[in-house]
Design a protein around this ligand. Structure first.
Ligand code: B12
Length: 224
């Protein structure tokens, strides 16, 4: 009897996470918050909900590539994700404390995607870090200025477009030219990147999601 009950729960949990992924793909901007809240109330791990939402976004990206979705759908997907994140964000804690260290975060020049960056920023905030969020479409001059003025130990950059990934190398060079590259560790993330490319572009580290990103940033913080 107990076994049947547990299987039932497991099945239901998977079904509702699947329905959250589907609500995102269906661009259900008015229904997603309630669905996320219901899932949280049922005790589902917020990280699993984030993962279901991200899978939904990946599917939207695929539909866009296949030209079944267009820019309007991408925009609506962004709005739907933001509604979901409003409910989810306060529950996305990463556990350990960041002892008030400062991190600069930005999306690189030419890129206006900010959902992933904002998730990372709020997870870092709930971990006790001071966050200087420079926003999107940020050029190397603003980054150099912020590094000089803040004394931050980590620079976290987001790039979602293949076209804008080379901006990471531009920022690396600008920091070197300003003589401050060794003062800061640079971690990057976003769909077109991987560890190998990140290193080629001059970054110190890469993470493929915000949860792993927070862990890596804590490791980077312990440098000399
Ligand atoms: C929503 C969306 C949009 C929205 C963005 C809304 C917003 N405010 O951000 C809008 C409609 C504005 C948009 C516009 C465009 N988009 Co768009 N978009 C997407 C979509 C569907 C989802 C992105 C997203 O928010 N994902 C959810 C979040 C949670 O995931 P994430 O950003 O990847 O972040 C996670 C990790 O990557 C990581 N992470 C992210 N940053 C960082 C940083 C660090 C330091 C670390 C450690 C981790 C980390 O942690 C996050 C959470 O776990 C993607 C497809 C996809 N699957 O990525 C296409 C996608 C990125 N877009 C694409 C394109 C082509 C465009 C446009 C050029 C379309 C156009 N014709 O105009 C424009 C570009 C505008 C510009 N200059 O920036 C392409 C890019 C292709 C490429 N390889 O270059 C994609 C991949 C779609 C596709 N498959 O073709 N887009």
């Amino acid at each position: 009897m107990v076994i049947v009950f547990s299987f039932g729960n497991l099945w239901c949990g998977k079904m509702t996470l699947e329905s959250i992924r589907k609500l995102l793909v269906d661009l259900a901007v008015d229904d997603i918050s309630d669905a996320v809240q219901t899932e949280l109330d049922a005790g589902t791990d917020p990280k699993d909900i984030l993962s279901a939402l991200t899978k939904g976004m990946d599917e939207v990206g695929r539909l866009y590539e296949k030209m079944e979705y267009y820019l309007t759908e991408l925009i609506l997907a962004g709005e739907t994700m933001k509604e979901a994140i409003k409910v989810l964000q306060p529950r996305l804690k990463s556990g350990e404390k960041g002892e008030n260290q400062t991190i600069i975060i930005a999306t690189v020049k030419g890129d206006n995607h900010d959902i992933g960056k904002n998730i990372l920023a709020s997870m870092l905030m709930t971990s006790g870090f001071n966050i200087i969020d420079l926003g999107t479409n940020v050029d190397e001059k603003r980054i150099v200025k912020a590094v000089k003025e803040s004394g931050a130990k980590v620079l976290a950059l987001s790039s979602l477009l293949s076209m804008t990934a080379p901006e990471i190398a531009v920022i690396d060079k600008a920091l070197k030219d300003a003589g401050i590259r060794k003062k800061i560790k640079m971690i990057v993330g976003g769909a077109p990147l991987n560890m190998e490319l990140a290193k080629k572009l001059g970054a110190d580290d890469y993470a493929d999601d915000a949860i792993v990103g927070v862990k890596h940033i804590k490791q980077l913080m312990s440098f000399g």
